[in-house]
Design a protein around this ligand. Structure first.
Ligand code: NAD
Length: 485
């Protein structure tokens, strides 16, 4: 298998690697150096039509392929991802700007884990039966939907792309998948791996392009019956407005403005270590990152001193350097957005406790997009900085006096994705967990993930849940069969 990355990437349709029909390409930029290092197809409706045709042809066989065979192929894909971890991790880092150690430790390992998890899950997936005493029996058939669309963002490129594709394929669907145009390379390499693993032609079609031309064409296509989307709340709303009147099944994993709630009685060393990760991990570009830290008043000054001190020591540097804790921001556009958010925070009266500036590195990364990890205090909950998603290495700190006030602050945004609670008081932790408005709550930890658990947000953070049986249920249609005795 040749995992060399060509200058011009190609779509993967019907088992073939082909360029976009329009001949249109987009620049692919390495954010750590600002170099254009490749071109990616900017596919449109015509390419999606061809991909849907290939998927329809493949669905006839794939939908009745045994679970054992699907298990075997998906497991093989997982093995090949593991075997090529170094190549995939380097590609992810060059595309996204995240530190290479993070791509190796988290992103690529999770991509193979996704395939392995759903390969096994489909072997255990079962449906219900409902007996009506001596009258009749009902059983539920769980059948693949048909052709489904999977659209993913740039922050955890292969990790989130495979998180959607693996359950869709395991359940017997054929897939039209679009990675983010900002980070397309590992999805291109995945196509090569799937071919090598023996996935039949047309079962997975990977089409590259931007949201407007390519993403919307997937959402609008009448033969694509379900859309699994992860990305911004804005794009999610636009997708829902097209897909809902067409009665498509929809799973939307959207933005967040997650609170980290810290009580004075917590385990301080662990809390500080994990709060650094939840604030600045992946340059703060994880939907689950905590961007609003709420601290009990009695702990506020101590927290501030320790947290600022540790944050100042985080090394921002070349993502290929093992010593870099923080890498580059994903793109020029996103870098500018984050810098604008910092300027707005200052205008709103925020005090920058550390960071707040762009960084100019020396050497190969001198033109790259780097920002200092930034901590801001002195802003109220209603200001723009504490209401709108920044999605970068920027957090605010606020204090509270009572549990009620902590909850009020935590719940005072349009979002509801994830929350973290730090306390050694088990009753308080449970009370808070029940009342905080979010789809995911971590107590005394952050980003501890069990792939069987329901994953997703409430309010403007999305609809539907991914993970475990939830994902397999999403990617199948339930049909009740009733038999009278
Ligand atoms: P984005 O919404 O701009 O793009 C996401 C994907 O959707 C890309 O592939 C893009 O090309 C495509 N797209 C954009 N507009 C589209 C449209 N109108 N129709 C169809 N497709 C369209 O998001 P992004 O900037 O790539 O990612 C960052 C966002 O993703 C943040 O808001 C973050 O919170 C969110 N996110 C959420 C989760 C979660 O699980 N809830 C996980 C990761 C990221």
């Amino acid at each position: 298998m040749n995992l060399a990355i060509p200058y011009h990437l190609e779509n993967f349709i019907g088992g073939n690697f082909i360029g976009p029909l329009s001949g249109a390409f987009l620049d692919n930029v390495n954010p750590a150096t600002a170099e254009v290092y490749g071109q990616i197809p900017n596919s449109n409706k015509k390419d999606i039509d061809v991909a849907v045709h290939a998927a329809q042809k493949a669905f006839v066989e794939w939908s009745i392929t045994s679970n054992e065979k699907r298990f075997f192929i998906l497991n093989k894909i997982a093995d090949l991802i593991d075997k090529n971890l170094e190549t995939l991790a380097l590609a992810e880092t060059n595309d996204n700007g995240k530190p290479l150690w993070l791509s190796k430790e988290v992103d690529i390992k999770r991509a193979s884990a996704n395939f392995r998890f759903f390969a096994t899950a489909i072997m255990q997936f079962a449906s219900e039966s409902h007996a009506m005493e001596d009258k009749a029996i009902n059983y539920t058939l769980r059948q693949p939907i048909g052709i489904v669309g999977c659209i993913s963002p740039w922050n955890l490129p292969l990790y989130l792309f495979t998180w959607k594709i693996a359950p869709a394929l395991a359940a017997g669907n054929c897939v039209i998948a679009k990675p983010s145009e900002v980070t397309p390379v590992t999805a291109f390499l995945l196509a090569k791996i799937c071919k090598e693993a023996g996935l039949p032609d047309g079962v997975l079609n990977i089409v590259h392009g931007d949201g407007q031309n390519c993403g919307e064409a997937i959402v609008q296509h009448p033969a694509i019956k379900a859309i699994s989307f992860t990305g911004s709340t804005k794009a999610g709303g636009s997708i829902a407005s097209i897909a809902a009147p067409m009665f498509k099944k929809l799973s939307l994993e959207l933005g967040g403005k997650n609170p980290i709630i810290i009580f004075n009685d917590c385990d301080w060393p662990k809390m500080l270590q994990e709060t650094i990760r939840s604030s600045f991990g992946n340059q703060g570009q994880i939907c689950l990152c905590g961007s609003r830290i709420l601290i009990e008043k009695a702990a506020y000054e101590n927290f501030k001193t320790y947290f600022v001190d540790i944050t100042k020591k985080l090394t921002v540097g070349d993502p290929l350097d093992e010593k870099s804790k923080q890498g580059a921001i994903v793109s020029k556009a996103h870098f500018e957005k984050i810098m604008k958010c910092i300027a707005i925070a200052k205008q709103e009266g925020g005090k920058i406790l550390c960071g707040g500036n762009a960084i100019k590195l020396e050497g190969r990364c001198t033109n790259g997009y780097f920002i200092e990890p930034t901590i801001i205090e002195g802003l109220d909950q209603q200001c723009k900085t504490n209401q709108e998603e920044i999605f970068g290495p920027v957090i605010t700190i606020q204090s509270f006096e009572t549990e009620e006030e902590a909850l009020q602050l935590a719940n005072a945004t349009q979002y509801g994705l994830a929350a973290t609670i730090w306390t050694q008081d088990i009753s308080k932790a449970n009370r808070m967990a029940a009342k905080v408005e979010s789809g995911i709550v971590w107590v005394n930890c952050w980003l501890v993930r069990d792939l069987r658990t329901p994953f997703g947000g409430i309010k403007n953070s999305g609809i539907g849940r991914e993970g475990g049986w939830e994902a397999l249920r999403f990617f199948t249609e339930a049909k009740n069969v009733c038999i009278q005795f």
